[in-house]
Design a protein around this ligand. Structure first.
Ligand SMILES: [Zn+2]
Length: 316
């Protein structure tokens, strides 16, 4: 029997489950919309159903455990959700590891191991082990998509924080974002301007036509020469660059990896991120590399798989 783990990525819109081997290579994947508004039991059911589907079409494999990356602030030790935005109904307080341990009975080898962490931390682990941050002793991995997040690796280990919040760069006060409300309810945080949603809201606040529905659409308008779209992309990217400058000044990581859907919209965005970063950091930090992620959507799955193998192998 080939030994594998289940790697799970629970995002706000989509849940992906994969089978991964000992090198965290993804052998097969299945996905479904995340029923985020239908409560934790529905989300758990989706994961279990996808796992059952994958294992049913992969005879000869034995799943030893599951590694989960999920939206929300996660207490890794307890395997539970500490807090979450209202895109997930009743997600805060969910004992996710315990629910999945029960749900996956019969699918995981006995005793099955379930490891749960924040999805951006899983993403950072993936890029650190197999992608754009590999070989670095420390890294800051920033995801910029619908929302903004960061994972911090120091000395090869993820930094979780005393209250499980380390890396939540979304809520760093950021100059230029004061007119926009963050999903946490406060004004002026990075996510309010630097995320894809933030870029769109800023575009509207500048008088942009409300026909463009996302950051990619704004970027297309910007490339076509629309000055309002250009300004929205540049301001949003500059906010990301400033927040990264703050984080880099505090952490001094060997490398910064920037990834996610907004980070794929092109040079206009990247140039503005780099400009604002270099305008803010002191001389000795000017050489810190800002590089794009390499693994895309595979990163959180491969990072989650690695964490499951660590538990199975008894690695700290
Ligand atoms: Zn906030």
């Amino acid at each position: 029997m080939r030994e594998v783990v289940l790697a799970v990525d629970i995002g706000g819109t989509k849940t992906v489950v994969a089978l991964a081997d000992r090198g965290d290579v993804l052998l097969d994947t299945a996905s479904a919309p995340t029923p985020a508004l239908f409560g934790p039991d529905a989300v758990v059911r989706t994961v279990v159903d996808l796992a059952a589907e994958l294992l049913a079409r992969s005879p000869g494999v034995r799943a030893l455990g599951a590694g989960i990356g999920t939206a929300g602030v996660v207490d890794v030790g307890a395997g539970s959700i500490v807090s979450a935005t209202d895109t997930f109904t009743d997600w805060a307080g969910t004992p996710l590891a315990a629910l999945l341990r029960t749900g996956l009975v019969g699918l995981l080898a006995t005793p099955g191991i379930v490891h749960v962490q924040n999805d951006v931390d899983a993403h950072a682990a993936g890029e650190y082990l197999h992608g754009a941050a590999s070989g670095a002793d420390s890294a800051l991995v920033v995801t910029v998509g619908t929302g903004v997040g960061a994972g911090i690796i120091l000395g090869g280990r993820p930094l979780r924080g005393a209250r499980h919040v380390a890396g939540e760069i979304a809520h760093v006060p950021t100059p230029g974002a004061g007119h926009l409300r963050c999903p946490c309810g406060r004004f002026g945080h990075l996510e309010a301007l630097g995320s894809g949603v933030g870029m769109y809201r800023h575009y509207l606040s500048l008088g942009g036509e409300p026909v463009v529905i996302d950051a990619r659409g704004i970027a297309e308008r910007a490339h076509a020469g629309d000055p309002v779209a250009c300004r929205a992309v540049e301001d949003s990217a500059a906010a990301v660059g400033r927040a990264i400058a703050s984080a880099v000044t505090i952490l001094d990581p060997e490398r910064v990896v920037i990834t996610g859907g907004v980070a794929r919209i092109g040079d206009l965005w990247w140039d503005a991120v780099r400009r604002s970063f270099h305008a803010e950091v002191i001389d000795v930090l000017q050489q810190v590399p800002l590089v794009p992620g390499r693994l895309g959507d595979d990163a959180p799955l491969r990072g989650a798989a690695a964490s499951a193998w660590d538990v199975i192998e008894g690695r700290p």
